[in-house]
Design a protein around this ligand. Sequence first.
Ligand SMILES: NC(=O)c1ccc[n+]([C@@H]2O[C@H](COP(=O)([O-])OP(=O)(O)OC[C@H]3O[C@@H](n4cnc5c(N)ncnc54)[C@H](OP(=O)(O)O)[C@@H]3O)[C@@H](O)[C@H]2O)c1
Length: 361
Amino acid sequence: MDKKLKVGVLGATGMVGQRFLSLLENHPWYEVVAVAASPNSAGKRYEDAVGSRWKMTTPMPQAYKDLVVMNVNDVEEVASKVDFVFSAVDMTKEEIKAIEEAYAKTETPVVSNNSAHRWTKDVPMVVPEINPEHFEIIEAQKKRLGTKRGFIAVKPNCSIQSYAPALNAWKEYEPIEVVVTTYQAISGAGKTFKDWPEMEGNIIPFIGGEEEKSEKEPLRVLGHIEGDEIVPASLPKITCQCVRVPVLNGHTAAVFVRFKNKPSKEDLVKKLVEYRGEPQELNLPSAPKQFIQYLTEDNRPQVALDVDYENGMGVSIGRLREDSMYDYKFIGLSHNTLRGAAGGALLCAEYLTAKKFISKK
Ligand SMILES: NC(=O)c1ccc[n+]([C@@H]2O[C@H](COP(=O)([O-])OP(=O)(O)OC[C@H]3O[C@@H](n4cnc5c(N)ncnc54)[C@H](OP(=O)(O)O)[C@@H]3O)[C@@H](O)[C@H]2O)c1
């Protein structure tokens, strides 16, 4: 790319926003020119607006410290500076829906980390290694919005990324029933142990709204386009329990699967390790070289050893074995704020740029 695209980050002071900025620091295609947050932060230097809330383990990139934070609600002003935006704001669902549409209508593509539009019928919800063809629905969305280049694209919830990739790798064997328990990190709630000391040595058996997302979102990702909408797949049936555990980063899933056509364990492992998606073919800057690794040791995947696999963009699977009630069971692990949040959205943007859905204004 001869000239970098100009990017804005909505919700730049929050945990996911910080992750976006860290990932974009030396990005070969994108340059952050606008950071936006709530009216409380607007007008302040980025470093001052964040204050003691910097949650990354790496220092705040120098290049962002003096940027003046803009107000997310000043849509025209932010949009006038950028080619597209990433969105990771914490507002009500209705407010997020409205503000993301307002950005799209200024002809500014929005790649969102928020859940507000995940079920809007013509908004693609994509894991680029699984369903990049869903981006084709953008043409129908642009017609509805009356835009030429403005649209919204979203990524699915962080909880599904530890098991949905395996289910897709095995689709020819037709998984029909899936039972999942997720063990989810505290950064998924935008928190560290400093903000949430009650989580040390603790488990909380409830994460608001998460079980419904974990059961339904894989079906939309595995669905297909019909006319001007994405129609979710009807199988596999998924039931899920989501548990918050004392881990900083990394969502683990313990999964049972029943197939229509039960394969051998060797076939299943082969499908995982041979899995390649379009991001790998296109050699996108944030694409993991190997999307799924299969670990043979009985005590893997482990958060401490495996969460950063492929810079947090790969998925680790292990302990695949036959089960006495279902066909197989396994453990999956993925990084919730990288693959599951900012990194997943960045990979969507890279795919959209490679395919010319996003370009210079
Ligand atoms: N953390 C994760 O792993 C994760 C994963 C998937 C999805 N998400 C979703 O991503 C979004 C952001 O999550 P987060 O953890 O980064 O949240 P966060 O740390 O609370 O950050 C929220 C951001 O939104 C801004 N904001 C809050 N109220 C606003 C308003 N009224 N108008 C404009 N901006 C406003 C904040 O600005 P100020 O600093 O000025 O208040 C901040 O920049 C949420 O919707 C969350 O559900 C998070």
